[in-house]
Design a protein around this ligand. Structure first.
Ligand SMILES: Nc1ncnc2c1ncn2[C@@H]1O[C@H](COP(=O)(O)OP(=O)(O)OP(=O)(O)O)[C@@H](O)[C@H]1O
Ligand SMILES: [Mg+2]
Length: 1007
């Protein structure tokens, strides 16, 4: 399973390209690539070789190999023999003095009597210097791999070369593992100390790059979560990524199905044999005592506290230390810096390999001993100890004890708001108990009740509803008085996103009320009020919501605001704040702030994140600031509070879809779509898709917009709100950005029915997607567009404006649409000054968003302004024509020019780019805009990058590139890139790196 593309490493590639550039200018050098085994040194070397080959350089390569007795000059002779095989003959004049020495290493070059030639590092080094700078080659590249195994003679030659290539056209590139001591490493230190060589350290990949690499290996865009889990042990080593994936595929754990890759949980692959083998060799080399200690350490985990070792391995302190020394010498473990007593295995796979070699009884007894040692050393098992001991107990066969500890760990995680860990840990506990044949039904029930709470807090109603019914039924069997617990489960089920599950929430709530009836339980009654308040708010019954919330808050206050009362109070304040937000932002903030303080003090982790979200939303509503929202987003994603994380994604994608950074909007909307699918929230799913459609519409991709709109409609067919969005916003905008005004008008008229219907629907949308939270999301924007199009088509402007106001949509971006529409109305009745002022107002409302909104509105109202004599339609149209030209909205630009022409104005020339077209390109018919593209192509930018830089759509760039290919007579994009690069003489290191990437991308067919 080899990764087809290079992941990350742009800095390294840039450094190496610079060096190669240098060699081309007779500014040669020596570079040593260092890093762990499998980190990707050779992969980088391959990049440099490809680059050098493309430049036509002479390339020689050799490698050292692991052997008990190193063969002198081995890597050097290999490099020279390669040269000989490709037909290179040492130049008789310049290398004749050294030819005989070379003859001893290369049979093809040997002459009789060469056996007596003097062979030394200096002579071979000098011969190499001459050979690598033979005339006719732009530069010479000598690659020597794996110097940690090199013989002393080879190292001496490397040293000679390093000291003498400075003014030559030679780049010497060597690789070296630096984790273990070697003669090569010593040489490296001395060379870098005297600046005779440069060291480029190749680091392990960051987690995100690992995921990217897995995606490339599996040839998918999205790596399934389960696969990411498989890779948890790879430690950022590309080699381990490939090995783990390959092993999982061959064992059947990772399977390619019709819809992509999935993980078969019935198969467990274990450590790939390639990796286990090398660990086994090193373990075998340890003494008996040291092996015992290291195996015990492995049982404790990747990272371990050495103080535990004497009791776990049953040895004295000095023996334990001695063992650590030995293991450190063979690179099995390393100390964890900034901590005296902690060590860790160098790779998680090292540890896994050791553990996987233990026989089950040995693993069990060592695990039990380790668990006891930790319990003795850390009473109460704070922090990570609880989960670790649970793991050890499970490994030693004490399932129930392990499950009990996991329950504790799950409860703790829940309190901290770490929902994802809480859910994972509780599921593990549940699985353990199920595997143990349900020996402890009461414990299993407790685990599931806490799991239900975690699912409710994460908003995962799908999972929760399955669990809840089953749990309620089983409680009848094991608890003689189950009503209280059953009511609590119902309350939790009612609290999971009531805005999306209104009917189910109501049913759970009334069942809970019935169960609580006659129990005279204040907690239940208050919780029912608080959740009832949330439901009422979601259903638009504002007074009812406020009344219930104040009642539950009062009971919580009466009890003293701790324990359950704190949770009830926070939940009530949340409802109060959201109710207030519709009329008084200050009052809303006060409620959220009080709730946040309380959640913080009482360690109600998830509620704390929720309140931070509400406060951040208030910031956004107040002044459009997104900083706080982005921070909470990160926190919510990290903690696994998926419902909040996804809502924030929706809020941000929505906001960004109005700005110029459409890529960011798109990526965020896509992430939201994934979150919504996981939560089973169709409405959020639809909105995330609509935002993607919207981006396509703005970019002039009509077909893309249409197919996304259809996708959204298929998820919630016949839903008025959805249709009001897909017709009244997406299709309208797709038509407008192609300047099909008639079609836009008829779509907008068609959408009117659904806009009215959505308005009439009983109180929907008071939740996260309500106008108060994100006023111009989904159908909200259709109201603004509707008014604008009525204005453009001589329709009922005041009716449309009134409708927007009734819908609560007369805010923010929509106000821009409404102001321009009203300008038309006033202009028509002769109030030209008022009309001009309104147009200015419209401009100001749109100003914080992308510039195309003002251009679009002005293009639509300019005919009325010209006719009725208000505003500055000629200046607007000129500006809009140039702007649309720049963003690649050619039809809109043409329409503006058409309107100018009709008004008797001189029309600016079209197709104007920024660049001067030099004569030789002008002769080929290349336009100024195409020249812009050509120059960026020369610097190695991708189509997407060019689109972003020129504010045009990638599609338009594609067209320009196709024209350029035809006009310059090139065979394709790849050739055009080379042509452009030659033309531009572009040799800046940055440009070269990008060029390399583009060439790579082009050849793998992705550009
Ligand atoms: N940045 C990367 N992107 C994609 N694949 C990579 C990357 N780096 C390494 N690989 C892949 O990982 C594997 C191991 O890399 P490589 O052989 O370059 O490691 P190395 O550092 O040379 O190791 P060694 O010291 O054992 O020679 C190779 O199959 C390589 O193609
Ligand atoms: Mg290598």
């Amino acid at each position: 399973m080899l990764c087809p593309v290079l992941i990350g490493r742009s800095a390294e590639v840039r450094a190496l390209t610079d060096e190669l550039d240098g060699a081309g200018r007779s500014d040669g050098g020596t570079v040593l690539l260092t890093g762990d085994a499998g980190v990707g040194k050779s992969r980088l070397v391959r990049e440099v070789i490809a680059d050098a080959a493309a430049r036509g350089c002479l390339i020689l390569t050799g490698r050292a190999t692991e052997s008990a007795v190193p063969v002198p000059f081995r890597p050097i002779s290999e490099a020279l023999m390669g040269a000989a095989r490709s037909g290179i003959v040492p130049d008789a004049r310049s290398t004749s003095d050294y030819r005989a020495a070379l003859g001893t290493l290369v049979p093809e070059w040997s002459h009789p009597g060469d056996g007596d030639a003097e062979v030394s590092a200096v002579i071979i080094g000098e011969a190499l210097l001459r050979m690598l700078s033979l005339p006719g080659w732009p530069a010479g590249l000598l690659v020597l791999e794996d110097l940690h195994w090199a013989d002393p003679e080879t190292l001496a030659i490397v040293e000679y070369l390093a000291d003498n290539v400075a003014d030559s056209r030679i780049l010497v590139l060597a690789t070296l593992r630096d984790a273990e001591p070697s003669a090569g490493l010593k040489l490296l230190r001395s060379l870098t100390a005297r600046r005779a060589a440069m060291r480029v350290h190749v680091r392990r990949l960051a987690p995100r790059a690992v995921t990217q690499m897995a995606a490339a290996c599996l040839n998918v865009t999205e790596v399934p979560r389960a696969v990411t889990r498989l890779l948890a042990d790879c430690d950022g080593l590309p080699f381990a990524v490939e090995e783990i994936l390959a092993a999982a595929v061959s064992s059947g754990e990772l399977v390619r199905g019709t819809v992509g890759w999935h993980v078969n949980n019935d198969v467990v692959t274990g450590v790939p044999s390639s990796i286990a083998g090398s660990v086994r060799n090193r373990i075998a080399g340890l003494g008996r005592q040291a092996r015992n200690v290291i195996v015990s350490a492995a049982v404790l985990g990747r990272q371990f506290d050495w103080a535990l070792l004497p009791s776990v391995a049953d040895v004295g302190e000095s023996e334990a230390l001695e063992a650590l020394h030995e293991a450190h010498d063979v690179q099995l473990i390393e100390p964890v810096s900034a901590d005296g007593g902690t060590f860790r295995f160098r790779h998680s796979l090292t540890r896994a390999a050791i553990v996987s070699d233990l026989l089950p009884p040995e693993l069990a007894s060592r695990s039990a001993r380790a668990a006891e040692a930790i319990e003795a050393a850390h009473p109460g098992l704070p922090d990570v100890w609880c989960e670790l001991v649970a793991e050890l107990r499970a490994a030693s066969g004490q399932t129930v004890g392990a499950a009990r500890l996991l329950l504790t760990a799950g409860r703790r995680a829940l309190r901290q708001g770490a929902l994802a860990s809480a859910i994972a840990v509780l599921r593990d506990a549940h699985k353990l108990l199920a595997n143990a044949g349900n020996a402890e039904p009461a414990l299993a029930m407790h685990v599931e009740e806490v799991l239900a709470e975690a699912l409710a807090l994460s908003g995962d109603y799908q999972q929760l509803s399955l669990l809840a019914e089953d749990l309620i039924a089983r409680l009848n069997a094991i608890d003689p008085n189950p009503r209280r617990r059953q009511a609590l489960i119902r309350i939790r089920a009612a609290s999971a996103r009531p805005e999306d599950n209104a009917d189910a929430a109501a049913a759970h709530l009334s069942a809970a009320t019935e169960l609580a009836h006659g129990l005279d339980d204040l907690e239940l009654a208050s919780r029912i009020d608080a959740v009832g308040a949330r439901s009422a708010l979601a259903g638009g019954e504002l007074d009812q919501a406020a009344q219930l919330a104040h009642r539950s808050l009062a009971s919580a206050e009466a009890v003293g605001l701790s324990g359950w009362a704190a949770e009830v109070a926070v939940e009530s304040l949340d409802v109060i704040g959201r109710r207030e937000r519709m009329r008084d932002l200050g009052a809303a903030r006060a409620a959220f702030e009080r709730a946040h303080k309380l959640a913080d003090k009482q360690a109600l982790g998830v509620w704390r994140i929720r309140m931070l979200h509400e406060l951040a939303t208030l910031d956004m509503l107040t002044d459009g600031a997104t900083g706080a929202l982005m921070e909470v987003s990160e926190l919510a994603h990290e903690s696994g509070v998926l419902s909040i994380a996804s809502v924030i994604d929706l809020q941000l994608a929505n906001l960004w879809s109005l700005g110029t950074d459409l890529d960011r909007a798109l990526v965020t909307a896509q992430r939201c779509e994934r979150g919504a699918a996981q939560l089973g929230s169709s409405r959020m799913d639809v909105m995330a898709i609509c935002l993607q459609a919207l981006v396509a519409a703005i970019q002039g991709d009509c077909r893309g917009a249409e197919s996304q709109a259809e996708r959204a409609e298929a998820i919630m067919p016949d839903d008025a709100e959805v249709l009001a969005t897909t017709i009244g916003q997406i299709r309208v905008l797709a038509a407008l950005f192609r300047d099909d005004v008639d079609r836009a008008v008829s779509y907008s008229r068609a959408a009117r029915v659904y806009l009215d219907k959505a308005l009439g629907a009983p109180g929907r949308g008071r939740g996260f997607y309500s106008p108060s939270q994100a006023p111009v999301i989904a159908r909200g924007r259709s109201y603004g567009l509707h008014a604008l199009l009525q204005a453009a088509s001589d329709g009922d402007i005041s009716g449309a404006v009134a409708l927007a106001e009734t819908a609560g949509a007369a805010v923010s971006w929509n106000r821009g649409c409404l102001a321009y529409a009203e300008a038309v109305l006033e202009g028509k009745s002769g109030k030209t000054e008022r009309a001009t002022a309104l147009a200015d107002e419209g401009y100001a409302w749109f100003a914080p968003f992308a510039p195309w909104w003002n251009r679009l509105a002005r293009r639509l109202v300019a005919p009325a302004a010209l006719r009725d004599g208000w505003g500055e339609p000629v200046a607007w149209l000129r500006d809009a024509a140039a702007g649309f030209e720049g963003t690649g909205h050619d039809r809109l630009a043409a329409a503006c020019r058409g309107l100018l022409r009709k008004a008797g104005e001189r029309v600016p020339r079209s197709g104007r780019g920024q660049a001067q077209v030099p004569p030789q390109m002008r002769r080929l018919g290349v336009t100024s805009r195409e020249m812009d593209v050509y120059l960026l192509v020369a610097q190695g930018y991708s189509n997407a990058d060019i689109a972003a830089r020129l504010f045009i759509s990638p599609k338009t760039v594609e067209t320009h590139v196709a024209n350029l290919v035809a006009k310059t007579g090139q065979a394709g994009r790849r050739e055009l890139v080379a042509h452009a690069a030659r033309f531009a003489g572009s040799r800046s290191p940055e440009a070269r790196t990008r060029l390399t990437q583009v060439l790579e991308c082009v050849s793998s067919g992705c550009a």
